[in-house]
Design a protein around this ligand. Structure first.
Ligand SMILES: [Zn+2]
Length: 342
């Protein structure tokens, strides 16, 4: 990654997009192979378009930029993105399956990502996925990801509704520290989605809440104190955590018997101890996050290539941040620190 070390933002507009998703063009029929479950299948119904199928249900239509690195490179050039951090689509986590089957699926996805990282040196940086429902297996696959050149892992905001503070995950966090693997925490299985199917509410209301759930669980569970070298990025600007921190802090003050049962520290004291991406769709909120979390903790992230992601990755940051030093940090310096790439 020498290309980043010598990069000068003024001469070379370097921008790393830390939040993008990718999937292999062809996925084996894991439901058939394992004999159960609704593992995602791709149905290529017309050139450049495929349905992600969950059993017989259409989960989402995706375009060729979701699987074709050449098309991605073309679009990155158009958008002024020099590198993408690539990871799978959260519905692929499949934590609900038998651990050995999630492991097999994870290996398939991780090998695909590693291959692209190696083939297009410097243009893509990889994050793996692991069977979080079985921590020893997750740690084993993390080690393999590390060996294959991935820089971190993407995990869900909950693991089959188990929150990220639980001691069952301690060995996983410990291994992340030891293996020097960054973590991207991404919303999935949004809480309450069964009660709010209309109006796309799981995505509009559930996702920001899911991320807040993950951040609060990790703070109140003392994860950042127990594992101080953990480098965690929360997607979508940390969801509703920062805008509602006043309330969260007030809760910690007025009902410590409910809130501060595992960690006596003020939740506000954790600002600056984790990273978030810039995908908040609002200039004022983006600048507000910079003020609250610090100039070193916001990174360009677009959720490319999905419709709810940034249509032109990098646009919000470029139009919202006028200070050159700060722009450089958000564009790529903070990403290099989060991923520990020199
Ligand atoms: Zn995403």
């Amino acid at each position: 990654m020498e290309m980043f070390a010598s990069a000068s933002f003024d001469k070379t507009p370097v921008m790393i997009d830390v939040h993008t998703h990718i999937i292999p063009k062809h996925i084996p029929d894991f439901s058939k192979k394992f004999g159960y479950g609704e593992f995602i299948q791709l149905h290529h119904h017309e050139p450049g378009k495929a349905w992600m199928m969950q059993g017989n249900k259409k989960f989402r239509e995706i375009l060729a930029n979701c699987w074709d690195p050449e098309i991605r490179l073309m679009e990155m050039k158009e958008h002024g993105i020099s590198s993408q951090v690539i990871c799978t689509i959260p519905v692929m986590f499949s934590y609900w399956a038998k651990p050995e089957h999630t492991l097999e699926l994870s290996k398939f996805l991780n090998d695909h990502i590693a291959e692209i990282v190696h083939q297009y040196h410097g243009s893509f940086i990889g994050l793996g996925t692991v069977p979080m429902q079985d921590v020893p297996l997750a740690v084993k696959e993390m080690e393999r990801c590390k060996k294959n050149g991935l820089k971190g892992l993407q995990i869900g905001t909950n693991v089959n509704q188990v929150n990220l503070n639980e001691p069952v995950f301690y060995d996983f966090y410990e291994a992340c520290q030891e293996q020097d693997m960054a973590l991207l925490v991404h919303p999935w299985q949004m809480m309450g989605q069964e009660h709010m199917q209309k109006y796309w509410l799981p995505w509009l209301v559930g996702m920001p809440a899911e991320i807040t759930r993950a951040i609060c669980s990790m703070i109140f569970g003392g994860i950042f104190d127990r594992f101080p070298k953990l480098r965690v990025c929360f997607a979508h600007g940390g969801g509703s955590f920062v805008p509602t921190l006043g309330r969260i802090e007030h809760g910690w003050e007025c009902r410590p018997d409910l809130v501060a049962v595992d960690n006596p520290n003020n939740p506000a004291s954790y600002l600056g101890k984790f990273w978030v991406d810039s995908h908040v769709c609002d200039s004022e909120i983006l600048n507000y996050l910079v003020g609250k979390l610090g100039a070193d903790k916001i990174m360009q992230g677009s959720d490319y290539p999905f419709p709810l992601g940034e249509a032109v990755p990098g646009e919000l940051v470029r139009k919202s941040i006028s200070d050159k030093t700060l722009l450089k940090k958000i564009a790529y310096e903070n990403a290099l620190a989060w991923l520990n790439i020199n």
